[in-house]
Ligand binder design. Structure first.
Ligand code: ADP
Ligand code: ZN
Ligand code: ZN
Length: 721
């Protein structure tokens, strides 16, 4: 019985593949196999098939080749490989991230069958390449002019599945949908585009091959409408479209809008909030080419899409495109790489583009498409004002003028939102007698007061305890909450506006599935007119009657050690502002600040993100900060800070001779977290190459000799510093 020798990627934190033996033709490149690994059984992905045995004794047989996973196509394998190389992550872990959980289990998938059909991309070209004497191969190539099942392929010859795998790896054969639809999709009524939208749509539709576009326009300027039109164009060509959105919460809204526009099209969403079975089924529909629009969060960037024609990344600046655990990748950056690799257009939309994208657009690598106006006739941009809080007595943390405007708005029948980026009742409980404050024992952080269930909670490690009856240090029983959180603002507003009771929306009261949707429905119905919320409310939600937004603690973002903090704050404030005044009514935004003179607010009031971004970019260039330099951060944590620092110093030593600059390791800005002492080592270079090489070098080193008592993370292109 002839054997194949498989090189298999497994979801283990080791930067290498593992060899196994399998019956000939059992599994091809990109297919899933179940294998023994030590005492466990794991699911893995075949990366190479060879007829010659590796020089290795003790080679094991695979446990099974379930054949339930359509082989990952060559382009997705290439994307995963790029991701693994760039972010110094084991390929097996990247592949695991690329597959839905049900297909990572070491047992066959029992859901709906995944009958795949295979077809030559260009049968004549394939035949021309094959030797005239390879009779059986030629017969197979000829057969593949039309879609064929695996069984049909197997009948041609004993080796036929292996040829299929090779051809697939070379892109000569692809998995196809049972039937590929073409023709202009039926579209529900759509508005007449304005000139800027029409120009943007034309530019994207005209793109042949790779082209990256930045669609730059404030909320309400009609970006989504541009997405819909360019998507319609690609659907008309029989292609698939991948649309990435930052938040799970936003997919139902957008999905509804897409379904409304394309009532006959198969649209699937892919995000981590779906049950395993549902996600796997949606994924298989995408892989088979049945789903024509795939709407998903960052993990969807890896979805195999045989007929992909366009990638859209909505809110491209959003931090949630960055995976911060396990494999640390940027889905936005991978989307651009994928578009480049597959030679197709990618459309990045934002009102506040990341400085990375801004740089690319400024330097001409991306083409900038401007939507300078609000799309809806008559809608004007909201007026933004700052309210200096330094010398005014606040009432429960709210400026008297803000209270007055709230009252006026509610009296007019309008909706108002009070935005504060801190949940809980107040950020800290304090003793006025001795100065004690509620601190977390395991972190350099304060315990937040939650009055609802009378607990103190750490928002960093999850530690919680009952509210102490008296000061633990001096016994004073009169402990006072200091500062504002969403709950305290809710209380304050409830007593001031009894006729329009406020609704609070934050992470604490929206954990249950469906609860956020239920609350948003109340807002849309106009049942609720006064809202208190965190950044959860800043994104995407379209409240037609919202006329006033009050922002309470904006300053927190201004004096951060993180050089991206101002950029994020600008994006967030503009996004909150964008909620106001969408459908005809003018919107008003009031921002309370202790620092009205700060240049940041001048740029914000002018509403000129372009000027702000130009300035940020110039400063980054001067200071050699990303994206005008490339960064790598090694984070380490141990029970003692000396251990973390010593570990990083050793790594720094291991980089000598490489074309990078490694700084002195320092304690992290929040150095104690959940009982671990954290430190970081920053490595920089003018360009990406040396930084990626340094990351790979360290990953190899650490895999060969794993340190004891230290946890570490290699973070290429770190997003928080
Ligand atoms: P964005 O995605 O930039 O926030 P949208 O595409 O959602 O903007 O547009 C905002 C609102 O304006 C939506 O209600 C949309 O239906 C409407 N709209 C968009 N383009 C036009 C247009 N050309 N004419 C009329 N209404 C439009
Ligand atoms: Zn005290
Ligand atoms: Zn803590």
């Amino acid at each position: 019985m002839p054997s194949d020798y498989l090189s298999v990627a497994l979801d283990v934190p080791l930067p290498r593949c593992f060899d196994y033996r399998a019956p000939a033709g059992a599994a091809g490149v990109g297919e899933r196999v179940i294998v023994p690994f030590g005492r466990q059984t794991l699911s893995g992905v075949v990366l190479a098939v060879s007829e010659t045995a590796p020089d290795f004794t003790g080679l094991k047989d695979i446990a099974a080749a379930p054949g339930d996973l359509p082989a990952l196509p060559a382009d997705v394998l290439a994307l995963c490989r790029f991701c693994a190389d760039f972010y110094a992550a084991p390929l097996g872990m990247v592949l695991a991230a690329a597959l839905p959980a049900a297909l990572r289990q070491p047992k066959p998938w029992s859901g709906d069958g995944a009958t795949l059909l295979w077809q030559a991309t260009d049968a004549d070209a394939l035949l021309a390449r094959l030797s005239p004497r390879a009779r059986k191969q030629r017969q197979l190539a000829d057969l593949l002019r039309t879609p064929q099942t695996r069984e049909a392929v197997r009948e041609v010859a004993g080796d036929a599945l292996r040829w299929l795998a090779d051809w697939q790896a070379a892109g000569e054969v692809i998995a196809v949908a049972p039937e590929r639809r073409t023709g202009v999709p039926r579209q529900a009524a759509s508005p007449q585009l304005n000139a800027a939208q029409a120009a943007a749509v034309d530019a994207v539709n005209a793109a042949e091959g790779f082209a990256a576009f930045l669609l730059y326009g404030v909320t309400g300027s009609g970006k989504t409408e541009v997405y819909l039109r360019t998507i319609a164009e690609r659907l008309g060509r029989g292609e698939q479209v991948l649309v990435l959105v930052p938040e799970i919460n936003l997919t139902p809204q957008l999905e509804a809008r897409f379904r409304q526009r394309f009532p006959d099209e198969a649209i699937v969403s892919l995000h981590s909030g779906l049950a395993d079975g549902e996600r796997t089924r949606s994924w298989l529909q995408a892989v088979r080419g049945e789903a024509r629009i795939v709407l998903g969060t960052r993990l969807a960037v890896f979805t195999p899409l045989p007929a992909l024609g366009l990638i859209v990344v909505d809110e491209e600046h959003d931090g949630s495109y960055r995976q911060q655990e396990g494999v640390r990748y940027s889905a936005r950056d991978l989307a651009v790489w994928r578009a480049h690799d597959r030679k197709l257009p990618v459309l990045l939309g934002s009102a506040t583009p990341s400085i990375e994208t801004w740089k690319n657009a400024t330097e001409g690598r991306y083409r900038r498409l401007n939507l300078p106006l609000r799309a809806v006739g008559g809608a004007v941009a909201p007026t933004i004002e700052v309210l200096p809080t330094g010398r005014t007595a606040l009432q429960d943390g709210i400026h008297p003028l803000a209270l007055e405007r709230l009252r006026a708005t509610l009296a007019r029948g309008g909706q108002a939102l009070v935005f504060i980026n801190r949940r809980g009742y107040s950020p800290v409980l304090a003793c006025n007698e001795c100065g004690w404050v509620s601190g977390c024992k395991r972190c350099d952080a304060r315990l937040v007061l939650h009055l609802g269930d009378r607990r103190l909670r750490c928002h960093h490690c999850g530690f919680e305890c009952a509210i102490p009856a008296e000061c633990p240090d001096c016994g004073n029983i009169d402990l006072k909450p200091l500062g504002q959180g969403t709950q305290r603002v809710e209380d304050a507003l409830a007593s001031r506006f009894p006729d329009t009771p406020p609704l609070r929306i934050d992470r604490d009261n929206t954990r249950r599935k469906g609860s956020l949707e239920a609350m948003l429905a109340q807002v849309h119905d106009g049942e609720v007119r006064l809202l208190v919320g965190t950044q959860m409310l800043a994104k995407g939600h379209d409240f037609a009657n919202l006329q006033l937004v009050v922002v309470l603690n904006a300053d927190a973002g201004l004096f951060s050690v993180d050089f991206r903090a101002e950029e994020r704050l600008f994006a967030q404030l503009l996004q909150v502002a964008g909620r106001a005044g969408r459908a005809g009514q003018p919107g008003q935004v009031l921002i309370q600040t202790r620092y009205p003179e700060h240049p940041f607010y001048a740029a914000l009031l002018a509403g000129d993100y372009a000027a702000f971004a130009d300035e940020q970019l110039a400063a980054r260039r001067e200071l050699l900060l990303p994206p005008c330099a490339s960064w790598l951060m090694i984070r380490a944590e141990a029970k003692r800070i000396e251990t973390s620092l010593a570990f990083l110093s050793a790594l720094r030593g291991a980089l000598s001779g490489m074309a990078v600059q490694a700084m002195t390791p320092i304690a992290a800005s929040m150095s104690r977290k959940a009982g671990w002492e954290r430190a970081q080592l920053l490595v920089t270079a003018p360009t990406r190459g040396p930084v990626v090489a340094a990351a790979a070098h360290l990953a190899t080193l650490l895999a060969a000799r794993p340190p004891k008592g230290v946890r570490w993370v290699i973070d290429v292109d770190p997003q928080d510093v």
